[in-house]
Design a protein around this ligand. Structure first.
Ligand SMILES: [Ca+2]
Ligand SMILES: [Ca+2]
Ligand SMILES: [Ca+2]
Length: 222
């Protein structure tokens, strides 16, 4: 019966490998509000804040939209203009006039040899009426699920207290994220973020534990 702990550990690993979870909508005024801010410097994670006037972080393309700002109707994440003042008009963001079609950000596996396991963005502006809908898709293009929200303040002048983060984690890889708003009009997002995280120390330890247990079992069977 010594193999039972080994099977339990294997089950833990398998569950972890297919884990999927959603985050948001949650308030977001600056990069440190991201649930993944600790990963931004790990070399496998990207934050596109559009402040360089283009979508140019590695391994992502957009189905629609363009950079806008700065200006009176711009709605960047608050902190991008250097001042947390509940205003995002002096930053830059990603905008489409067709919120019904919205935009899909599609990821390639070429960036670090695999699709991102984490992907999200910050909704920064849109219509009051209707529902914001955020959907993530796995490596095969199947839906992982949908997040919805309705938090617009009805003001298009750069207010940031309404801004919300939407994200998904899927250890099997995320091929795209898709955001729309059923009320029509424009749709504006910022702080597109995605990437992978190094294998946690606990997982490494579990892996080593399995290797040891399997090794012992093999010696017993020999
Ligand atoms: Ca600001
Ligand atoms: Ca920005
Ligand atoms: Ca806003």
């Amino acid at each position: 019966m010594r193999f039972l702990p080994t099977l339990a550990l294997l089950a833990t690993i398998l569950v972890s490998a297919t884990a999927s979870s959603q985050i948001g909508p949650s308030s977001y005024l600056q990069a440190s509000d991201s649930p993944w801010s600790a990963f931004f410097g790990n070399g496998m994670f990207y934050l596109e804040d559009f402040e360089d006037r283009s979508l140019n972080t590695p391994g992502v393309t957009a189905s629609a939209g363009a950079v806008i700002g700065p200006g009176g109707l711009t709605d960047s994440v608050d902190g991008d203009d250097g001042v947390l003042d509940n205003l995002g008009g002096q930053g830059r963001s990603w905008f489409t006039t067709n919120a019904t079609n919205g935009f899909r950000f599609t990821f390639s596996s070429g960036t670090y040899g695999a699709l991102p396991t984490h992907a999200g963005l910050v909704w920064t502006d849109g219509q009051v009426n209707g529902t914001t809908r955020f959907e993530a898709f796995d490596a095969d293009g199947a839906s992982l699920g949908i997040l919805t929200g309705n938090h617009a303040d009805g003001n298009f002048s750069g207010g940031t207290l309404e801004d919300r983060f939407y994200g998904w984690i899927h250890n099997g890889g995320i091929s795209s994220i898709f955001i729309t708003h059923s009320g029509g009009g424009g749709l504006e997002v910022d702080h597109l973020q995605y990437g992978a995280v190094p294998e946690p120390a606990t997982m490494t330890a579990l892996g080593l534990g399995i290797a040891v247990l399997v090794g012992r079992r093999r010696r017993r069977m020999a």
